[in-house]
Design a protein around this ligand. Sequence first.
Ligand SMILES: Cc1cc2nc3c(=O)[nH]c(=O)nc-3n(C[C@H](O)[C@H](O)[C@H](O)COP(=O)(O)OP(=O)(O)OC[C@H]3O[C@@H](n4cnc5c(N)ncnc54)[C@H](O)[C@@H]3O)c2cc1C
Ligand code: SF4
Length: 350
Amino acid sequence: MQDTVLIVGAGPAGLAAAATVAEAGKKAVLVEKEDILGGAPIISGYAKLVPSGEWAKDAIGRMVSRVEGNPNATIHKSTKVTKVDGEAGNFTCQLSNGQSVKAGSIVLATGFTHFDSINKPEWGFGTYEDVLTTTQMEQMVAQGEIRCPSDGRVPERVCILLCVGSRDRQIGREWCSKICCTVSTNLAMEIKELSPQTDVFIYYMDIRTFGLYEDKFYWKSQEEFKTKFVKARIAEVTKSPDGRLLVKGEDTLVKRPIVIPMDIVVHAIGMDPNEDNPEISKVFGIGLERHGFVDRAEQYTNSQGTTRRGIYVAGAATGPEDIDTSIAQGQSAGSRALADLYGAAQQAAG
Ligand SMILES: Cc1cc2nc3c(=O)[nH]c(=O)nc-3n(C[C@H](O)[C@H](O)[C@H](O)COP(=O)(O)OP(=O)(O)OC[C@H]3O[C@@H](n4cnc5c(N)ncnc54)[C@H](O)[C@@H]3O)c2cc1C
Ligand code: SF4
């Protein structure tokens, strides 16, 4: 009989799954490929999270401590799973550190990969120092000062371009990344708070601050922090002779070309499928959906199931998700994996 659940990935989803299993008195073995725990919010240095406003290092840090402090949890950092044998109730998993783990069930919480803005070269990333991604801008906010990377001046104007690497059929990314509108409206307020003399613009196709976030982020950013929203299609970002950035495109409300000088341009990057997914699919014998995220078994009666019995999935591994949902899915997948251990025990007893 197995009393262990193997969890792969120690972001918000994996940490929630591990805590669910360990707090129920079963063994959680957590395998993380990086040498730190916490997933994207920690690895990429997010600043204050939406919607809580809490610093990522504190909020996710609490999730890490809860798992690290539980004697039922074993953690393997800088490690991957290289081979999975057996079946639901009795898996044997080989780890890249030479150890092997016997587990009754498995939870995949392997998350996503940030879109690489280099794949959108016409928008200036990689060419101009003052074109940044949201994660880079969050790191600047976390340091407490807004300055142009090129020469250290305080920016007169910052603009955030939404949907970079999302909702873009030309580069094969048809999905909405769900959280970047909310993250960007919040970032606009953080920039304004730190640098009141800076005007912040958001260039958008649509604003998707879903659910309660409409009021808390979209309207607040516009009304209290005076963020300027421009409905536009952006063609390119170039440099003017005076060194400022020129954002060229079309204002799609009045159908006129626009060219506005900016000091910093921020790409609101989206969420790609984890670049490891082809390897994960092979090692764990699970299917991927057509965009490359992990496929799910059945939407309503087995929402956290993958296409292989005994292997569950949670969080942004299944598609763009926010942290709250990733945690809820982690708990749900952890519970399903836990229930399988009892199923295996009953089979062994019968
Ligand atoms: C710019 C940006 C800002 C964001 N800000 C917010 C915010 O303020 N609030 C919010 O709710 N959401 C935010 N999000 C979304 C948030 O990042 C995700 O909801 C969250 O990270 C998903 O958690 P996860 O555990 O599913 O995946 P991840 O955080 O991606 O964690 C996955 C973990 O698995 C590990 N891993 C991957 N592959 C393997 C492998 N093969 N073997 C072992 N380990 C592996 C990774 O190293 C990582 O530690 C933001 C997203 C972006 C792009
Ligand atoms: S959440 Fe907003 S910025 Fe992100 S892809 Fe969707 S519409 Fe674009």
